[in-house]
Write a protein that binds this ligand. Structure first.
Ligand SMILES: [Zn+2]
Length: 484
């Protein structure tokens, strides 16, 4: 397997610590809001990676955290929300306890994952009706269940001289890690700009980039609802420490892959790496792999504060979860993805067209074609070249192989794609019919547009029909479609 390693700044061959086994940690969801599609893109990407590794014959030991405490702002510990953390604030808003907020949103995460065929970290499918109570059995780690491990790892850093204590918190001293800024190449002194307010909040803080490991239940945090006792007094963990603590508690002091969004690079992952060095004397993680953003038309990151769409909102518009999965897997994790209704329409059309072609192969399942499996593996190993995979499937469909073998091979590929491609075989009114309905709908829409003399709309509908695999032309008898 080759992936883009952020620290190496190039695509590298993944050489696991233990032959045939990949250990992987994924920065997981923060559970005080419904995940937006920008979050979900990452989890679809890492699901593809997990499934690809399994397909390639690796054993995968994987952990994903759930941040259910201590998440203040993404940038710093005393940011604009100083005084309440987001979990507390949302709890107050909804009239619930913070832990109930966390549980409520864990359930929504599981629901989204299950609809999108995202495997649990332990490699199992998420069963219908699963809720927060069993997440740890499926390989998720909740921050609130690893407080002891966090305290232990902070003690390690303390023992090695990487921390200092103020009246308000225990900090990590970033100047103790000479290559703290290895990810960004930024000079530490540059970070001083724009963080004066933060320094003002805790006058004892030494360097602007120092970050909280343990926040004491004092001052503005006196009423913090979730808190635990520690050698430094009652309080709660800073939000970077959970990943170092849980990753090493479960995967050991050295593991292969750590994933996250590119927005994690400058702060969260820089801090995590520094903590690992502070606690263990070495960086722990071999390959840091990051996914790009989902962007809207203005090329801005699609985020909660920008009012981005959630999966339920998209489903309400009439799309299926598999349209979203198709869209997300068709673009490499390293590329920024434009998200729009047009993009979703395109994915939907391509997916339905694929299902229709599969339906035409009949229902007899033959042999998996080894030559195509080899090509498939090559694409997966090539930095998850999923557009290559989709092209390969089309090539296979056009080839003169037996239909039953084409079908067997495509269904085999679906172990990684997880697009429910077999559903077409079992349905009474299959997606082939759905596809025909969609074509009728578009033809009607085009006709209406022409009646209204809205030629721009008529043209764009014609393009949509083309994406489904049909050409439409006008004849004296009306619209005629032909297969491309
Ligand atoms: Zn993390």
């Amino acid at each position: 397997m080759k992936l883009y390693s952020t620290l190496d700044r190039e695509i590298v061959k993944i050489e696991p610590n233990k032959k045939g086994v990949i250990t992987m940690y994924n920065c997981g969801p923060t559970v005080y809001f419904r995940m937006h599609l920008g979050n979900i893109r990452a989890y679809v990407n890492w699901d593809i990676l997990h499934r690809a590794l399994l397909y390639l014959g690796y054993k995968v030991e994987r952990v994903m955290n759930i941040t259910d405490v201590g998440h203040m702002t993404s940038q710093d510990d005393f940011g604009d929300d100083f005084g309440t953390d987001k979990m507390d604030r949302q709890a107050e808003r909804e009239g619930l306890q913070p832990i109930d907020i966390a549980n409520k949103y864990i359930d929504t995460v599981l629901d989204d994952y299950r609809k999108l065929n995202i495997l649990a970290p332990n490699g199992k499918e998420i069963p219908a009706g699963m809720n927060f109570e069993t997440v740890s059995e499926y390989g998720w780690t909740r921050a609130t269940e690893y407080i002891e491990e966090m305290i232990e790892i902070v003690k390690k850093m303390e023992g090695r001289g990487y921390t200092y204590e103020t009246k308000q918190a225990i900090y990590f001293d970033v100047t103790k890690v000479p290559d703290y800024n290895i990810f960004t190449g930024q000079d530490l002194s540059e970070k001083k700009i724009g963080v004066r307010e933060e320094v003002g909040v805790d006058p004892e803080k030494r360097n602007p980039a120092d970050f909280v490991l343990w926040m004491k239940k004092v001052g503005k945090y006196e009423d913090h609802i979730m808190n635990w006792s520690s050698p430094w007094g009652d309080g709660f963990p800073g939000w970077h420490i959970e990943c170092s603590a849980m990753g090493t508690a479960i995967l050991g002091e050295s593991f292969d892959i750590h994933t996250g969004g590119i927005d994690h690079i400058p702060v969260h992952h820089s801090n995590e790496r520094a903590q690992n060095i502070g606690a263990f004397g070495h960086p722990v993680v071999k390959y840091w792999i990051h996914n790009e953003w989902l962007v809207n038309k203005d090329n801005e990151k699609l985020s909660k504060s920008k009012g981005a769409d959630t999966l339920p909102e998209v489903l309400e518009l009439g799309y299926e979860a598999m349209d979203v999965r198709y869209l997300f897997l068709s673009v490499n994790y390293r590329a920024k993805m434009n998200f729009s209704i047009d993009a979703l329409d395109g994915a939907r059309n391509s997916r339905l067209a694929l299902l229709k072609k599969i339906k035409e192969l009949g229902s007899k399942v033959g042999k998996v074609l080894p030559a195509y499996v080899e090509l498939f593996k090559k694409d997966l190993e090539n930095n998850l070249n999923m557009s290559g995979v989709l092209a390969l499937i089309n090539e296979l469909l056009k080839s003169d192989q037996k239909d039953e073998d084409k079908l067997a091979t495509i269904l085999d590929f679906d172990k990684v794609l997880a697009l429910n491609l077999d559903s077409i075989l079992n349905e009474e009114k299959g997606n082939g019919q759905v596809m025909d309905d969609r074509l009728d709908e578009l033809l009607e829409k085009r006709l209406e547009a022409k009646r209204q003399k809205d030629y721009a709309l008529a043209d764009s509908v014609r393009d949509e029909i083309k994406e489904l695999g049909y050409l439409v032309s006008d004849t004296p008898e009306g619209q005629v479609v032909s297969k491309i």
